[in-house]
Design a protein around this ligand. Structure first.
Ligand SMILES: NC(=O)c1ccc[n+]([C@@H]2O[C@H](COP(=O)([O-])OP(=O)(O)OC[C@H]3O[C@@H](n4cnc5c(N)ncnc54)[C@H](OP(=O)(O)O)[C@@H]3O)[C@@H](O)[C@H]2O)c1
Length: 305
């Protein structure tokens, strides 16, 4: 099969090559998915799981990409709940070969059915940003209607999902980002916008939930804004600052079939819009993933035209 592989951590995405790899075998409870579209998060080259297996052994050449939408072509021993020919989307295991390839072996529980009226490109754009937003807001952040959310990076892949889900849940959403992000963040549903380069973050006053996708000074300044009993949720590594009288949580997104179902249902009925910036074929993926310039939303690779 055709696949993109990386072998050199120092080279980052510049070390990606499109090559031939053996099709993956199935393990217990796996399915094989013929991938139609694959999502990619630019920071993947920094994740330890791109380079080592769970025991810390070198796993290169490694296939990056962890979001997928495609069609089940085979079931492993003991697999239940999915069938051959079924459209699916989901989140691939961090430590196994990923989804910038024509096929992937993946545990069935990491997948959800993809309804026939949802395009594969849309399906592949949802798992990481949608699940991250869902888990950060509702599991870790315990968001309630009427609360105020400070959604950092509100025009980005995760931030647009955070903004829409929080607003639907009845929260007041203050989005942040660069000056150029204002219109997009408001368009995705933020009630107001803070330009982190020109406005004073402290002027937003107290918030119940900070959703941080940036870290550093932005996180430190946000901790001070968290109200008593509030939560600072970070997806950019261990928290560097804690609210004086609240919780600080850092987490890595997990696959969840029920939550994927909730997310895709919202896409179908118009409550949730995707934020896809760039699409490219697998043949053009290496060049696309190495292009310079500002990303506008999620990059999705169309593996099958
Ligand atoms: N822990 C997890 O499970 C998990 C899951 C998903 C994502 N993440 C992480 O979350 C981060 C965001 O992911 P994403 O896919 O949403 O990325 P993205 O689409 O690039 O969105 C991030 C947004 O924040 C903006 N931003 C970043 N630094 C800023 C700053 N100092 N001031 C103002 N705006 C700033 C970006 O603008 P620019 O592009 O101009 O910088 C962009 O609009 C990444 O680091 C990713 O690895 C973690």
């Amino acid at each position: 099969m055709k696949a993109i592989v990386v072998t050199d951590q120092a080279a980052g995405t510049a070390g990606m090559t499109l090559t031939e790899r053996p099709e993956p075998p199935t393990a217990i409870n796996d399915v094989i998915v013929q991938i139609h579209a694959s999502g990619f998060v630019p920071t993947e080259m920094e994740w330890p799981s791109t380079w080592t297996d769970r025991a810390g052994r070198d796993k290169t050449p490694s296939i990056p990409g962890h979001e997928l939408a495609g069609v089940v072509t085979a079931l492993g021993y003991g697999t239940t709940g999915l069938s051959v020919g079924q459209r699916v989307f989901g989140l691939a295991d961090w430590h196994r070969d990923g989804t910038l390839a024509e096929y992937v072996a993946i545990e069935a529980r990491n997948l959800a059915p993809l309804p026939g009226d949802v395009d594969f490109t849309v399906g592949a754009s949802l798992p990481i940003s949608g699940l991250t937003a869902w888990q950060g807001l509702f599991q870790h952040g315990r968001l309630q209607a009427g609360q105020t959310v400070l959604a950092h990076g509100a025009a980005g892949a995760v931030g647009t999902m955070v903004t829409q889900l929080a607003r639907e849940a009845g929260a007041y959403v203050i989005g942040t980002g660069r000056a150029a992000d204002r219109e997009k963040a408001l368009d995705f549903g933020a009630h107001e916008f803070v330009d982190l380069e020109n406005d004073a973050l402290k002027d937003v006053g107290g918030v119940h939930l900070v959703f941080d996708v940036i870290g550093g000074d932005v996180q430190r300044n946000s901790a001070a804004l968290t109200k008593t009993g509030g939560t600072l949720v970070s997806v950019v590594g261990p928290v560097e600052a804690r609210p004086a009288d609240g919780l600080a949580i850092d987490f890595v997104v997990e696959a969840d079939r029920t939550q994927l179902g909730e997310i895709v249902q919202r896409v179908r009925d118009g409550r949730l819009r995707t934020n896809i910036g760039t699409t490219a074929s697998l043949d053009n993926a290496v060049a696309t993933l190495n292009s310079t310039g500002r990303r506008e939303g999620k990059t999705v690779i169309r593996v099958r035209p």
